[in-house]
Design a protein. Structure first.
Length: 331
């Protein structure tokens, strides 16, 4: 992580003045899958920054040669207390979940799965996909909605043209384009920006938002601060202007934002809860419902959390062992 100074105090920024108090978060490589693991580049969460608004997880992958890696092969697994956002640039991923939803994840179309109190799903790249390239995002649900019903949303945003740029707003509101998707959270923003070579764009943004800007396929600058390829530039609340510029190759950018969540979360494997004991219960119930472990007496009479699944699918993933030490909250 690079913390770049000097910069104006956030409390003294004038209207229209971009904030330069930017942290550049470098990705770490994570293998996803089996023997021919597909590599993803993870910029959230990090030790020093767990959340941007309610956004808590950011994986970036590809362009990935599916013939060499096997593509995305993620069998049935659980989620609680969060929502998954799938947004891809090349290829197709087949989504199936225990809420009864089957959908194709294709370029330029949002697939949003809100886990609520519990859901299981699988994500497998389609047989006709030769190159896979995209991002997988999660956001944490706040206390008032995290125990709600699971649901699935699909949305195809219209492109917004600006000089040297094309923008697709898949969550929230930007440049007069408003996504109708109900996220079940405090206000959020998610958008893809395609910048032509040498182009820049200035965005009017909410002063109470914090933002994260992914340099997806090339180096960019964010408020004149360099952000290398695959890095994530974090911009704190306090400014109502954001300036993003591409180099000679142009750039694709993923922009996220939101009001700070203001809640502590415990995030482990595919679960989000509020304390260690809650995560223990989620793991225990998932393991029992999938048949990996015997049901615990304390769970007798509880309705199933993770739902039914269609027959004929790959076997579900078992949960990994819990760490020896207690899980600590993030914020």
């Amino acid at each position: 992580m690079t913390n770049l100074d000097p910069h104006p105090s956030l409390s003294t920024l004038q209207p229209g003045q971009p904030c330069t108090a930017i942290e550049v978060l470098e990705p770490r490589e994570v293998p996803l899958g089996g023997l021919r693991a597909m590599t993803v580049y993870r910029t959230l969460p990090q030790r020093r920054r767990s959340l941007v608004g309610a956004w808590c997880f950011f994986d970036h992958y590809g362009p990935d040669d599916v013939a060499a890696t096997g593509g995305m092969q993620v069998p049935r697994h659980p989620h609680t207390g969060l929502a998954t956002v799938s947004w891809i640039f090349t290829g197709r991923i087949d989504h199936l979940d225990s809420g009864g939803n089957a959908a194709a994840v294709v370029p330029g179309e949002l697939n949003l799965m809100i886990a609520g109190a519990g859901i299981t799903h699988q994500e497998i790249s389609s047989p006709d996909t030769s190159v896979l390239h995209g991002v997988q995002l999660w956001y944490a649900l706040p206390e008032e909605t995290r125990f709600g019903e699971n649901r699935f949303e699909h949305y195809v945003p219209d492109p917004v043209a600006r000089p040297g740029a094309t923008v697709r707003v898949f969550i929230g509101d930007l440049l007069g384009s408003a996504s109708p998707v109900d996220t079940g959270t405090p206000p959020l923003l998610g958008a893809e920006l395609l910048l032509e070579p040498g182009a820049s764009i200035r965005l009017d943004v909410r002063r109470d938002f914090e933002h994260a800007v992914l340099a997806e396929n090339a180096d960019i600058t964010v408020n004149s601060i360099p952000a290398p390829h695959r890095s994530l530039a974090y911009v704190p609340p306090g400014s109502d202007a954001l300036e993003i510029a591409a180099g000679e190759a142009g750039a694709r950018v993923i922009l996220l934002g939101g009001v700070p969540l203001g809640e502590q979360i415990v995030m482990w494997w595919n679960f989000i809860g509020r304390d260690h004991d809650e995560i223990v219960r989620y793991r225990r119930r998932y393991q029992a419902e999938m048949g990996f472990e015997a049901a615990h007496p304390d769970d007798a009479g509880e309705p199933a959390l993770f739902g039914d699944f269609p027959a004929g699918q790959p076997a579900p993933l078992p949960a990994p062992p819990l760490p020896i030490s207690r899980l600590l909250p993030r914020k």
